[in-house]
Design a binder for this molecule. Sequence first.
Ligand SMILES: Cc1cc2nc3c(=O)[nH]c(=O)nc-3n(C[C@H](O)[C@H](O)[C@H](O)COP(=O)(O)OP(=O)(O)OC[C@H]3O[C@@H](n4cnc5c(N)ncnc54)[C@H](O)[C@@H]3O)c2cc1C
Ligand code: FES
Length: 278
Amino acid sequence: MVKKYELVSVRALAERVNEYVIYAPEIAKHCLAGQFVILRVDEDGERVPFTICDYSREDGTVCILVQEVGYTTALLARMKTGECLADLVGPLGNPTDLSAYRRILLIGGGIGSAVIYPQTKQLFGEGKSADVIIGARNEGLLIYRERFARFAKNLYEVTDDGSGGRKGFVTDVARELLERGEKYDVAFAVGPLPMMRAVCRLTAEFSLPTVVSMNPLMVDGTGMCGCCRLTVGGEVRYACIDGPEFDGHQVDFDEAMQRLRTYKTQEEEHMCRLRGAL
Ligand SMILES: Cc1cc2nc3c(=O)[nH]c(=O)nc-3n(C[C@H](O)[C@H](O)[C@H](O)COP(=O)(O)OP(=O)(O)OC[C@H]3O[C@@H](n4cnc5c(N)ncnc54)[C@H](O)[C@@H]3O)c2cc1C
Ligand code: FES
């Protein structure tokens, strides 16, 4: 019998990027595109948030894509199919709501493509297929290419080094599309903060409303600790309960970047201890 929070499947998708399918029927029953979970690898583990990038209500599973960047994601990368997480909380955050829009441009940078995949699939299911741009440092890091190709109206792939798709950044492709007169009602961009900021600067030039999915540090995920605080339109907002999606033209990206760097020293110490233990 499958156990609660058991890793039903663990699959390497790219260098330091793994896909985990987790048995969590009560989360699978209620979750929607755009929401996330917070997990702990073991009883003493820190709580880390990941977007639900797919789910199966029938199998009672949720799927997350995880990039190994630090301590907890490195511990997770060492787990095997059949092992269980200590706990998993969710679905958290607000589902994405693009229902007011018809012509949609989805832009995913790096692991941010994990967030735009469920939107792409959902929009296709609603008969509103979207144009999709996915970007990564190199071809090996372009994830879910075949799946995007199935559900996107037009798929544009781009890599920093030109090893896959065309060479350049997601903003180069977006600029080309907008300059040649493609009409969109909204852009939805997810990726590293500098990428989302660059997309927002570009779309502001074309007065294209833009939604971004913010990824600040989080602890409780319920609006109590204040860790995920952001400034949006001059007001304090909490990504875990007010987001994670916000009007990108209103987000204070400089502050968000500075807050994400707050615990850099402690995070590096953590990694040194982990390496020492192996
Ligand atoms: C709502 C939400 C959804 C997310 N979805 C995904 C996802 O689908 N897949 C995925 O791989 N990651 C996702 N993240 C980021 C993920 O939570 C962090 O990468 C993870 O917490 C890092 O933990 P760590 O202990 O391995 O790294 P740490 O040792 O804590 O940090 C290592 C490095 O990663 C950076 N980092 C830490 N936390 C974050 C963060 N929240 N966002 C970006 N960089 C961070 C640190 O600044 C540091 O440079 C999401 C974050 C949020 C808030
Ligand atoms: S994570 Fe604590 S308030 Fe959002």
